[in-house]
Ligand binder design. Structure first.
Ligand SMILES: NC(=O)c1ccc[n+]([C@@H]2O[C@H](COP(=O)([O-])OP(=O)(O)OC[C@H]3O[C@@H](n4cnc5c(N)ncnc54)[C@H](O)[C@@H]3O)[C@@H](O)[C@H]2O)c1
Ligand SMILES: O=C(O)C[C@H](O)C(=O)O
Length: 311
């Protein structure tokens, strides 16, 4: 197996590091436009192999797509991150061109690849990659919901003072400060509804903290997060490579599911060797359906901006 990560910045390098440690492929290629960055970070990572005991070749590449040829999975993280006070949506002007160009270059050398989109605004970048590539819909996956769900579980665990791994909870909808939907009603602590442990006010605060989880970190760090995003990508790649069939919330192309069409939005999907293989219907209640529909409207408005950029 061969996996390429495009963008050797904070998120891309963390993805590559996790993927190498998990030995998900014989070779991981890290590509960036900044001269020497991916070669340097790749070599640094490779020098952890004897310390951490993994056996993955790591190749750096300054914009040479020949080196990515024959990749089974490609993760696109190239593009600007937001600064404190910004929304992810404000990145569209710069990142749309980057994501489109990278997608085209990747496919010239890896026509069979499954592509994971990380660059923001992620749902719109996923839609753009799908339209620009013409690939079958199951091979384009936007990563956001896995990260948002990890944050949701973390905040729930902190509020209940319990281990995060005892929590099952999911976030659907868009990967935006106002578009993501933490499904509080369905969250459980080992199968017991979290409402049995937390008041309505506490649950509301957990949901609100989850929604601005990325903004909170951006304010603290000065740029956006990378440890949890890198780990979230790695578990997604692992489910593909090892055909694990995990159900993860991912941004995928909807054709009537959840009442939406011609849009990429976060819903639970089965992830296996073919990419996303099936959409799982959560059976949202009326209130959740209305929130999902509002989230879709906001993402669709962003998708409409793409046409103005191309003009
Ligand atoms: N979907 C998510 O859950 C999620 C999570 C975290 C970050 N992000 C997004 O991921 C992106 C990257 O974040 P980061 O913190 O790693 O930023 P970063 O600035 O650290 O790294 C981005 C890298 O992309 C490179 N790049 C730019 N144009 C390129 C091109 N045409 N080809 C190859 N490389 C190119 C840059 O040189 C840079 O090294 C941002 O858009 C950020 O908003 C998304
Ligand atoms: O918050 C951001 O801008 C980056 C990313 O989408 C995140 O949620 O960490």
């Amino acid at each position: 197996m061969k996996i390429t990560v495009v963008g050797a910045g904070a998120v891309g390098a963390t993805c590559a590091d996790n993927i190498a440690r998990l030995e998900l492929a014989e070779e991981v290629v890290l590509l960036d436009i900044k001269e020497g960055l991916s070669e340097g970070k790749g070599l640094d990572m490779l020098q952890t192999a004897t310390l951490l005991g993994f056996d993955t070749k790591i190749t750096g590449s300054t914009n040479d797509y020949e080196k990515t040829a024959g990749s089974d999975v490609v993760v696109i993280t190239s593009g600007l991150p937001r600064k404190p006070g910004m929304t992810r949506e404000e990145l569209i002007g710069t990142n749309a061109n980057i994501v489109k160009g990278v997608t085209e270059n990747i496919l010239k050398h890896s026509p069979e690849a499954i592509i994971i989109i990380v660059s923001n605004p992620m749902d719109t970048m996923t839609y753009l990659a799908l339209k620009a590539s013409g690939l079958p819909k199951n091979r384009i996956i936007g990563m956001g919901g896995i990260l948002d769900s990890a944050r949701f579980k973390t905040y729930l665990a902190l509020a209940m003072d319990c281990p995060p791994n005892d929590i099952h909870a999911t976030v659907v909808g868009g990967h935006g400060d106002t578009t993501m939907i933490p499904l509080t009603r369905l969250a459980t602590r080992m199968g017991v509804p979290v409402s049995q442990f937390l008041s309505a006010e506490q649950l509301q605060k957990v949901a609100a903290d989850t929604m601005v989880g990325g903004a909170t970190l951006t304010k603290l760090i000065g740029t956006s997060a990378w440890y949890a995003p890198g780990a979230a990508v790695a578990v997604l790649v692992e489910s593909i490579i090892r055909n694990q069939k995990h159900v993860f919330p991912c941004s995928v192309y909807l054709e009537g599911e959840y009442g939406q069409s011609d849009i990429c939005l976060g819903v639970p999907v089965v992830i296996g060797r073919n990419g996303w293989e099936e959409i799982v219907d959560i059976q949202l209640n009326e209130e959740e359906k209305a929130t999902f529909s509002k989230s879709a409207d906001a993402v669709r408005n962003m998708n409409d901006v793409l046409a103005t950029l191309e003009a």
